[in-house]
Structures are given as C-alpha cells and as structure tokens.
Design a protein around this ligand. Structure first.
Ligand SMILES: Nc1ncnc2c1ncn2[C@@H]1O[C@H](COP(=O)(O)OP(=O)(O)OP(=O)(O)O)[C@@H](O)[C@H]1O
Ligand SMILES: [Mg+2]
Length: 252
C-alpha cells in the first residue's frame, strides 16, 4: 500500500483555481520532489495535505486512511509533519526547547505532576532532553542547544525547523523550500542531511524546491505543477528531460 495517495485534489479561492485535478502517489521511503514555477500551487498542496486548507475536491489517503478535511492537529497526529516556506520557530525559546515543543505530543504528564515536580516530571523531562539532543545531532545543532532560536544564523534556523518537525515522529515529512536562502555550500550540506534523515529516521520525504542542484541531487521522483495542474510526473531524470517541463519550468 502507498504511504500517501492524493486523488484528484482541487481547491478554488474565489474565482482562482489554485490546484486542479492533482493526483500523486508516494511510496514508503520515497524522497519525492514537488516542483513548478512561482505561484504554481505547490505550497497550496502542502496546505491541503496538512489540513490548513480543506480541499474543494478530491481526497487524501495516508497509509490507507482517508484524512481529507481533518484538522491540522489531527493530521499531524496521523503522521504528517511539515516545515514552512517562511521559517516559523518559537523565536524566544532555545534550540532545545523548540525541539521539545515538537516532542510534547508524545510525552505527557498531568498539570499536578508538573506543578508539584513529582518524580514522573523529572523522568519525563530527562527523557525529553535526551531525545531532543539526539534529534539535534544529524543537524549539527547540539552545540547550539541553549541558544535562542532567533539568534541562530538563517541556515541553522532552517535545519532546526526540520528537527522540530521530525520530533513529532511523522511517517511523512513535508519540506517547503528547505534550501531557500542558503548558499551552495549550505545547500550541499543540507542535501546530505535530508538523505541521512530519510535513512536513519525511516521517514518518507516530500519536498518543494526551486534549487535544481538539490532536486536532481536527491529526489528520486518528481511531480511538476504548472498553473495548478500536473504537467509531468515520474523518475527525476525522465521528468527533467521532458520537453514540456523544460519549456514551462526551466525555460532556459
Ligand atoms: N489563501 C489564499 N487565498 C487566495 N489565493 C491564494 C491563497 N493561497 C494561495 N493562493 C494563490 O494560489 C496560487 C498558488 O499559490 P502557492 O503559494 O501554492 O504557489 P507556490 O507554487 O507555492 O509558489 P512559490 O514557488 O512562489 O512559493 C497563487 O496564485 C496564490 O496567489
Ligand atoms: Mg510556495
């Protein structure tokens, strides 16, 4: 069974058909890319997959379960986590606490346990700290654990967002332009990190990206959106050499 099945997905904003008749299948373990020109509807697809927008048409299936129309929180619990095109971190919290915020879904104690500092509180806090430090490792952020998120350089903030999303233990991780604003060296490092995350955490990844070195370097399959419609889909090499894709998207 596929991990994610998107069937004839569509959404309209007033008169604008932002995404139309979009179908895509992602298998467990895929590193899959969603590409297309500015305004093509890529982020809108992520917003529908994560329950930020309710689709006007079509359906979304995760691990055989119909999650169409569920709330953002329910979909995260079902196993989809994401990062945002514009970084969204808790800027006044430390790097470690940002990751712990992601972990908190999985560790709970009663208010009384927290207020009274009962033994369970200390045990859970210790476990969460250890787990959060582990999640910082692949992103080389351990040394920054106590730094305020807002004081991190931009490239590290983007990595922290991925670590925080991973903390929710998703089956499917959605990355919206993870390399945006990064220099070529940072992008190359990020590519390795994304591959490591997929392999070591056993997570399936769907990413939106404009950086073609990243897309062709790590994505195994691609879907191309153009004006809200699917233009082409398949193995990366095949898609990137498709004349329609070159004409519409690469344009050069
Ligand atoms: N909430 C909304 N209300 C109205 N129109 C919207 C809304 N969200 C997105 N759109 C429109 O839908 C279209 C697709 O936008 P979207 O952000 O999905 O594009 P994108 O492919 O992610 O582009 P980019 O590469 O620039 O990030 C655009 O025309 C956008 O203006
Ligand atoms: Mg976008």
């Amino acid at each position: 069974m596929a991990l994610l099945e998107v069937k004839k997905l569509g959404i309209s904003f007033g008169g604008l058909r932002a995404v139309d008749d979009f179908t895509m299948t992602i298998e467990k373990g895929d590193l899959y890319g969603l590409i297309g020109p500015n305004g093509a509807g890529k982020t809108t697809v992520f917003n529908m997959l994560t329950g930020v927008y309710k689709p006007t048409d079509g359906s979304i299936w995760l691990d055989g379960e119909n999650i169409t129309g569920r709330s953002n929180i329910e979909i995260n619990k079902a196993g989809i986590a994401r990062t945002f095109q514009n970084i969204r971190l808790f800027s006044n919290l430390s790097v470690l606490d940002n990751v712990k915020a992601g972990l908190s879904n999985h560790y709970t104690y009663s208010t009384a346990t927290g207020v009274l500092r009962l033994p369970k509180y200390f045990r859970i806090e210790k476990e969460m700290n250890e787990r959060a430090m582990e999640l910082l490792k692949p992103f080389e952020l351990e040394a920054d654990a106590n730094v305020l998120a807002s004081n991190l350089p931009y490239g590290k903030q983007r990595k922290l967002e991925i670590a925080r999303a991973l903390a929710t233990q998703p089956k499917l991780l959605l990355l919206d332009e993870p390399a945006a604003g990064m220099n070529p060296k940072e992008t190359a490092g990020l590519m390795n990190t994304i591959l490591t995350v997929r392999d070591d955490f056993g997570v399936t990844i769907l990413l939106i990206e404009h950086d073609m070195s990243l897309v062709s370097g790590i994505c195994e399959k691609l879907s191309v959106l153009n004006f809200g419609q699917l233009l082409c889909q398949g193995p990366t090499g095949q898609v990137l050499s498709d004349p329609e894709v070159i004409k519409a998207y690469l344009g050069e």
